[in-house]
Design a protein around this ligand. Structure first.
Ligand SMILES: Nc1ncnc2c1ncn2[C@@H]1O[C@H](COP(=O)(O)OP(=O)(O)OP(=O)(O)O)[C@@H](O)[C@H]1O
Length: 335
């Protein structure tokens, strides 16, 4: 495994600036997630590292080596795509063994067999090793695709939304497993997604990407609690952060220059039955929690609430801010 350093990376496709001056250092054994909306430049970043695209500008180093002149096969990366791309005529075992059979690897039959069985166990597909890869469920196929990348020990694993085609339950399971396996193997991993839960649960560090730019890099806790701008603040948190005018609610202490107050659930105190300044518009019952849709004058807010909170549609409540986030007119965070 190796560290990977991207310096001033830019890429344009015709009129589209897909990536603009991206700097990112991924440490040896680190799990970094790029999170951003569609078209942000996430896949382009992976393709540039893999050597499937050439940058217009910038430098890519893998394990301290400038890889500009190297073909994809020489770069020592393993790529997992959104859609499993297995060899349909091969069994699960053969699919997993295939990357190890290249003559340059010079692995013995026993070594290959040991690695295939070890990885198959890790991705929990060892009971289906003899199956044709087409005779598997979508989730099983994606496990094989991930296993086929993991069976090698490349400098870095590049994963492009590898769980997005799976149902929610399987996605949640594989999320945990992938994180466990990555820690077990000590792998360096760059993972692309637009799913904030994946980013929050798996990443050592998250990079927020928008319109080809890396807006902020930090631990999930930093990115969530200390966003540098409105865009980053809006990327994380469910329900979405409420963006409010400064004079809407009591309890704030906005610094000079504040244009917008950002309030998530933890920044809103609800008191039922006195000094009402807000009304419950709607309650979404999600089982373990409720989404309260609240109206304050002509402004709508959404916040999470305990399902045991004795409250119903049409009730009037007191809503107060507690240490919310402050942003200036340009969307930059104010201390
Ligand atoms: N081969 C290409 N030719 C032309 N434009 C491209 C090409 N590849 C990417 N783009 C454009 O570059 C921008 C970034 O694309 P990219 O695939 O990196 O986004 P993304 O963040 O991975 O999005 P998604 O989440 O939808 O996969 C987009 O506007 C896209 O349309």
């Amino acid at each position: 495994m190796s560290d990977v350093v991207l310096k001033g990376l830019s890429k344009r496709f015709g009129e589209t600036q897909a990536l603009c001056d991206l700097d990112l250092a991924i440490g040896d054994g680190e799990f970094v997630v790029l999170l951003g909306p569609t078209g942000a430049g996430k896949t382009t970043t992976l393709r540039l590292i893999a050597g499937l695209e050439r940058p217009d500008k910038g430098r890519i180093e893998i394990g301290g080596r400038n890889v500009a002149g190297e073909a994809p096969a020489e770069r020592d990366v393993a790529f997992v795509f959104q859609q499993y791309s297995l060899y349909p005529h091969m069994t699960v075992y053969e699919n997993l063994a295939f990357p190890l059979r290249a003559p340059v690897r010079k692995l013995t039959h026993d070594e290959i067999d040991r690695r295939v069985r070890e990885i198959a166990r890790m991705v929990r597909i060892d009971h289906k090793l003899g199956n044709r890869s087409t005779h598997l469920s979508g989730g099983e196929m994606q496990r094989v695709a991930i296993g086929r990348a993991l069976v090698r020990r490349p400098a870095i694993y590049l994963m492009d939304e590898p769980l997005s085609s799976l149902d929610a339950k399987l996605r949640a399971e594989l999320r945990l497993e992938l994180k466990r396996i990555q820690k077990e193997l000590g792998s360096t991993l760059l993972y692309v997604t637009h799913d904030q839960v994946e980013a929050m649960t798996m990443a050592d560090r998250i990079g927020i990407v928008a319109e080809g730019r890396l807006m902020q890099v930090g631990s999930p806790r930093e990115i969530y609690g200390n966003p540098t701008n409105l865009h980053v603040a809006a990327r994380l948190g469910q329900p979405h952060i409420n963006l409010l005018p400064t004079d809407l609610l009591p309890g704030a202490n906005p610094p000079a220059g504040t244009k917008t107050i950002g309030a998530r659930t933890e920044h809103l105190d609800i008191i039922v039955g006195r000094d009402a300044n807000a009304e419950i518009d709607w309650i979404e019952h999600l089982g373990d929690q409720n989404h309260l849709h609240i109206r304050v004058r002509d402004q709508k807010l959404v916040t999470l609430a305990d399902p045991h909170l004795a409250i119903k549609r049409g009730d009037r409540i007191n809503l107060t801010l507690r240490d919310p986030l402050y942003f200036d007119a340009g969307g930059r965070r104010l201390a």
